[in-house]
Design a protein around this ligand. Structure first.
Ligand code: KG4
Ligand code: ZN
Length: 348
């Protein structure tokens, strides 16, 4: 089944074509048009500008996804679109587009939750990989724990089936990516700053400064990242003579270590609490090099199986939407024209 996945919940317009594989979904194409430059000058996302840009980009992005997959809309058998959570104006662009295409081409479609879709990035396999190797790469079996870390959400999920989940923990305030972005902004590193902190941190000393780790209570699987960001601000204000390059790298590395420590400690705790030994780490912050290394080390230590989608499928993309959408379509789920955007976080 060829599925077209469309993502427009925040500041990336993305489309992908996936095919069903023996294990997981085979990605035939995945196109992402980023709005980073548009919002960068404002230091954060401007919702009205985001939806206007989606309107401009959605048709070229979908056309490009179809072209790169070597198919036309007539070959597509189903569509999936992000329905929640996100910016309402942005969500509505993708949703209205999919409804229009469905009406004209009599195509079935489903709405998909963006956070669950991040976890389903673990089932994506590149077409080239399938052709080059005899055995398809490993994809996780259920149940598994998914740590979804992004600009808008930080959630630990117990995944029991495609689209079936239980929330084990979530952030009480800032998401991990939001903490990276706000810290980068106060350090004058621009927006979005997660990637910049990651790259500065590679040359910094992660033990230079002990920023606080908010573990909350001993059993808690929830997160709080607003304190560590404030600690960086307080630290910077106390520095006499400004921040030189060495200090900046040390702050970046120490801040990153504090965030990664909490993310990994709580995830391991969550896995032990539900007695599950497979872990998926996904979402934009899963591109972070230190998080990827530390997740690997902890999984080795605990004999857990780790599934880390490549960075292009960790940050927002249409393939993860198609991955979950394909499973829903396969189960017979169909949305109708009453499908509406659900901007709130709902259960997450
Ligand atoms: O999943 P995503 O593309 O969009 C949302 O659903 O929010 O995640 C974007 C977030 C941003 O906060 C960005 O700064 C962060 O992921 N991010 C990173 C890295 N790359 C992207 N954070 C830390 N290290 C990175 N290498
Ligand atoms: Zn996302």
């Amino acid at each position: 089944m060829l599925v077209l996945g469309i993502e427009s919940s925040c500041d990336d317009t993305a489309a992908a074509v996936v095919d069903s594989g023996p294990k997981g979904s085979v990605v035939l194409s995945s196109i992402v048009s980023s709005q980073d430059t548009l919002h960068g000058r404002y230091g954060g996302i401007v919702p009205e500008l985001a939806s206007r840009s989606h309107i401009e980009m959605i048709i070229p992005v979908v056309e490009s996804a179809l072209d790169s997959a070597g198919v036309t809309i007539k070959d597509i058998e189903g569509m999936a679109v992000t329905e929640a959570p996100g910016l309402v104006g942005s969500l509505l662009v993708g949703m209205s587009f999919v409804k229009g295409v469905s009406f004209v081409n009599s195509l079935p479609f489903v709405g998909v939750n963006h956070i669950l879709a991040h976890a389903h990035a673990a089932f994506l396999i590149d077409k080239a990989e399938v052709e080059e190797i005899d055995e398809a790469p490993e994809v996780p079996d259920f149940p598994f724990v998914a740590l979804v870390v992004s600009g808008g959400h930080t959630t630990i999920l117990l995944m029991t089936g495609y689209g079936e989940y239980r929330v084990l923990g979530a952030t009480l305030d800032d998401a991990a990516g939001e903490a990276f972005d706000k810290t980068a902004k106060l350090l004058g590193l621009g927006y979005p700053g997660g990637r910049v902190i990651d790259s500065l941190a590679t040359e910094g000393n992660r033990e230079a400064i002990t920023f606080p780790r908010a573990y909350l209570s001993k059993e808690s699987l929830d997160f709080s990242f607003s304190g560590v960001k404030t600690s960086v601000l307080t630290y910077v204000k106390k520095l006499k003579g400004g921040i030189d390059d060495t200090a900046l790298r040390d702050i970046a590395a120490s801040f990153q270590e504090a965030v990664v420590d909490v993310l990994i400690t709580k995830t391991v705790r969550a896995m032990e609490s539900v007695n599950v030994s497979s872990l998926v780490v996904a979402g934009g912050v899963a591109c972070n090099s230190r998080l990827r290394v530390k997740a690997g080390e902890e999984c080795d230590k605990n004999s857990f199986d780790l599934y880390l989608p490549p960075p292009k499928y960790c940050s927002d993309n249409g393939a993860m939407i198609a991955s979950l959408g394909f499973q829903k379509l396969k189960k017979g789920e169909r949305a109708d024209f009453n499908l509406n955007a659900k901007p709130g976080l709902a259960d997450f």
